[in-house]
Design a protein around this ligand. Structure first.
Ligand SMILES: Nc1nc2c(c(=O)[nH]1)N(C=O)[C@@H](CNc1ccc(C(=O)N[C@@H](CCC(=O)O)C(=O)O)cc1)CN2
Ligand SMILES: Nc1ncnc2c1ncn2[C@@H]1O[C@H](COP(=O)(O)OP(=O)(O)OP(=O)(O)O)[C@@H](O)[C@H]1O
Length: 182
C-alpha cells in the first residue's frame, strides 16, 4: 500500500484515541501564538479553514479575523481546485463538498503578499513538509501562489519526524504546533 495512505490511516487511528478536551490547552496555545505573531498583526487578510474535529480548533482566530481584519475561507471546486471567498459571519456558511462548511461564492478573494494563508493537514514536519487529505487541493493552491506566507497548524501527535514527499508536494513557510513556531 502507498506509504502516504498508510500514514493517513495511522493518524486517523491516533485521533480516535483522544477526546476534544485533550486538545483544548494546546489548541489555545496555538491560537494565542498566531494572534500574537508579527505575521498575523501585519496581515491584511487571513485565508484560513473551517476546522474539522481532527484539526486545531482555530475558531477563535476566525472570529478575531472577522472583527479585526478580513477572513477568507475555501470552497472545493469540482476540478479539485480551491477558491477562497470573504466571510463576514461564521453563521453564513453552508455545507459544501466533503461535508465541510463553506462560504457563499460571491466575489473570489485572490491572495497577495499582504495576506497570510493558514493551512490544515493531517500532519507536518518542523521543516514544513505536509501530509494532506490526499486530493491535492492545497498543493495546487500553494503552487499557484508560491510567494504567500503559509502557516501550517497541527497538534503535537501530528508533528512528525518525516513525511514521505512527492514532486508536487509544497512546503508551508512555517509550522505552528502547541504554541511553538518552527
Ligand atoms: N478544515 C479543512 N477544510 C478543508 C480541507 C482540510 O483539510 N481541512 N481541505 C484540504 O484539502 C479541503 C478539503 N479536502 C478534502 C479532501 C478529501 C476529503 C476526503 O476524502 N474525505 C473523506 C470522504 C468524505 C468525502 O469526500 O465526502 C475521507 O477521508 O474518506 C475531505 C476533504 C478544503 N477544505
Ligand atoms: N500542482 C498540482 N497540479 C496538479 N496535480 C496535483 C498538484 N499537486 C498535487 N496534485 C495531485 O493531487 C493528488 C494528491 O496529492 P497528495 O497525495 O500529495 O495530496 P495532499 O497534499 O495529501 O492533499 P491536500 O493538498 O488536498 O490536502 C496527486 O495525485 C497529485 O498528482
Amino acid at each position: 500500500m502507498d506509504v502516504k495512505h498508510v500514514l493517513r490511516k495511522e493518524l486517523r487511528n491516533q485521533a480516535k484515541l483522544h477526546t476534544l478536551d485533550d486538545f483544548m490547552q494546546e489548541d489555545k496555545l496555538s491560537c494565542d501564538a498566531l494572534l500574537q505573531s508579527h505575521a498575523y498583526k501585519t496581515a491584511d487578510r487571513v485565508f484560513a479553514f473551517m476546522p474539522l474535529a481532527s484539526e486545531v480548533n482555530i475558531k477563535e482566530i476566525l472570529e478575531h479575523c472577522i472583527a479585526d481584519k478580513h477572513l477568507a475561507l475555501p470552497v472545493c471546486n469540482e476540478d479539485t481546485s480551491l477558491s477562497f471567498y470573504e466571510v463576514k459571519h461564521l453563521d453564513a456558511l453552508s455545507l459544501g463538498r466533503h461535508g465541510i462548511l463553506a462560504p457563499e461564492t460571491t466575489q473570489v478573494a485572490v491572495p497577495t503578499e499582504k495576506d497570510i494563508l493558514i493551512v490544515p493537514a493531517l500532519a507536518y514536519t518542523r521543516t514544513g513538509d505536509r501530509l494532506g487529505r490526499g486530493k491535492g487541493y492545497y498543493d495546487r493552491y500553494l503552487s499557484t501562489y508560491p510567494t504567500i506566507l503559509s502557516i501550517g497548524m497541527c497538534r503535537t501527535y501530528q508533528l512528525l519526524q518525516s513525511i514521505p514527499t512527492e514532486a508536487w508536494d509544497i512546503r508551508v513557510s512555517k509550522v505552528l504546533c502547541a504554541g511553538v513556531f518552527y
